[in-house]
Design a protein around this ligand. Structure first.
Ligand SMILES: CC(C)[C@H](C(=O)O)[C@@H](O)C(=O)O
Ligand code: SF4
Length: 471
């Protein structure tokens, strides 16, 4: 019998039942909940007179709709947003689940606080009514987004009906060059495989360059597995993982830690595991990367020029024409000559402490050359740590707004939005039309690249900026 992949192992360990058509019932270890996709699910429970099956494994936090200005006691102006946050508040209390309200310093983006609080652990199944649940795969947890009716199903039963995906391996060999980060890796992968390259697969990221990443960097990679079309992303746990998890509020302790470790140490793909698809990239060949279009696959090294529709074939020709029109770009323009108005550093892709450190290292002692720039820490605890480390002062002195935690300008569901035509260097994960506000233009990149763009006023190769750790 062939060996198993990491995905096979976690799947098998959570399989409750399997029917002949291949649909399977999986046990769910952690259910994360936010305000946008949960109100109807709780309402469904209420109407059926049901309770939450495992309230101790269900964790709720408002993040998408909350304003990120400092005085949040003022409440939420937009009615729909306010109703959703109020509903979460009521539901969390009524159903007795773990809850981090806006007033709690631990509040933040659901995919940042799960790992931060030690809810996300290797070998678990983790779900949330949110596509970027893939983030938690960085711990070697099988984590994916679910729809609102599935949220209700998990709340009621702590199980989920699933079809097994195929196994895909993405290997990044060798080492990254200075100035190149996890974000550049994942943008380069999606540029290569396309946004449909992972459709039907769970991707395991491996190789020397992945092993060398911190947990923050690994979360950035898995966060965007969904942008590459995959059901989930996974990275096998190792010492870096255990060190990050150990001592977190909800991580196992003492004898439980030892028991958990003996399971976690089995969580890797066997040498003779079967892969349905394999993609390999060389770490040394990855450059600081930016997107130029309206799909995450529209990514190129910063040293490139805006492509022409003629460089493509099939349906992509018309898509590129439309993208260039929407983005207000002309084929042949060097990417590093594109002037920007705004910089957004934050989101569940790049709103962790390491991301803020990387941006601050570039910004130290410099001033922004853009109309507006904001840093939105991914959680209240990231914000507090950044303040303690002096990063907040660096951002503020450079001219950045220093905000409270939330999804913020990653998507236009709260007051932080782009105006029509406004061009933004963003550390988030989606650059679709209108994603950051109607008519807004998004260029995705790493925090260091966004910081470099902030001080030059145009898309900039971070390797041109002198920063202590880059020389
Ligand atoms: C609002 C939510 C359902 C959505 C998602 O599923 O990803 C959001 O988080 C996003 O990033 O677009
Ligand atoms: S930060 Fe952005 S990508 Fe992440 S959950 Fe919020 S809206 Fe979705």
């Amino acid at each position: 019998m062939a060996g198993k992949t990491l995905y096979d192992k976690i799947w098998d360990a959570h399989l409750v039942d399997e029917s002949e058509d291949g649909s399977s019932l999986l046990y769910i270890d952690r259910h994360l909940v936010h305000e946008v996709t949960s109100p109807q699910a709780f309402e469904g429970l209420r109407m059926a007179g049901r309770t939450v099956r495992a309230p101790g494994q269900t964790i709720a936090v408002p993040d998408h709709n909350v304003p990120t200005w400092e005085d949040r006691a003022k409440g939420i102006e937009n009615e729909e947003s306010r109703i959703q946050v109020e509903a979460l508040d009521t539901n969390a209390k009524e159903f007795g689940i773990h809850y981090y309200p806006v007033s709690d310093v631990r509040q933040g983006i659901v995919h940042i606080i799960g790992p931060e609080q030690g809810w996300t652990l290797p070998g678990m199944t983790v779900v949330c009514g949110d596509s970027h649940t893939a983030t938690h795969g960085a711990f070697g947890a099988l984590a994916h987004g679910i729809g609102t009716s599935e949220v209700e199903h998990v709340l009621a039963t702590q199980t989920l009906i699933q079809q097994k995906s195929k196994n895909m391996k993405v290997e990044i060999t060798g080492q990254l060059l200075p100035g190149v980060t996890a974000k550049d890796i994942v943008l380069s992968i999606i540029a290569r495989t396309g946004t449909a390259g992972g459709t039907g697969y769970v991707i395991e990221y491996c190789g020397e360059a992945i092993r060398a990443l911190s947990m923050e960097g690994r979360m950035t990679i898995c966060n965007m597995a969904i942008e590459g079309g995959a059901r989930a992303g996974l990275i096998a746990p190792d010492e870096t993982t255990y060190e990050y998890v150990k001592g977190r509020p909800h991580a196992p302790k003492a004898a439980q830690w030892e028991a958990a470790m003996s399971w976690w140490k089995t969580l890797f793909s066997d040498d003779d595991a079967q892969w349905d698809k394999v993609v390999t990239l060389k770490g040394e060949e990855i450059a600081p990367t930016v997107t130029w279009g309206t799909s995450p696959e529209d990514a190129l090294p910063i040293t490139a020029t805006v492509p022409s529709p003629d460089d493509f074939t099939g349906g992509k020709v018309a898509a590129v024409k439309r993208a260039l029109d929407y983005m207000g770009l002309t084929a042949g323009t060097p990417l590093n000559e594109i002037e920007i108005d705004t910089v957004f550093i934050g989101s569940c892709t790049n709103g962790r402490i390491e991301d803020l450190r990387a941006a601050a290292a570039i910004l130290k002692g410099k001033k922004i050359a853009v109309k507006r720039a904001m840093v939105v820490p991914g959680s209240g605890l990231v914000r507090a740590q950044a303040e303690e480390e002096g990063l907040a002062d660096i951002f503020k002195e450079a001219g950045f707004e220093w905000r409270m935690a939330g999804c913020s300008m990653c998507l236009a569901m709260n007051p932080d939005q782009l105006a029509p035509g406004e061009r933004c260097a963003a550390t988030s994960n989606r650059n679709f039309e209108g994603r950051q506000g109607r008519g807004g233009r998004t260029h995705l990149m790493s925090p260091a690249m966004a910081a470099a763009a902030a001080i030059s006023g145009r898309l900039t190769d971070v390797r041109e900026i002198t920063a202590p750790e880059l020389v």
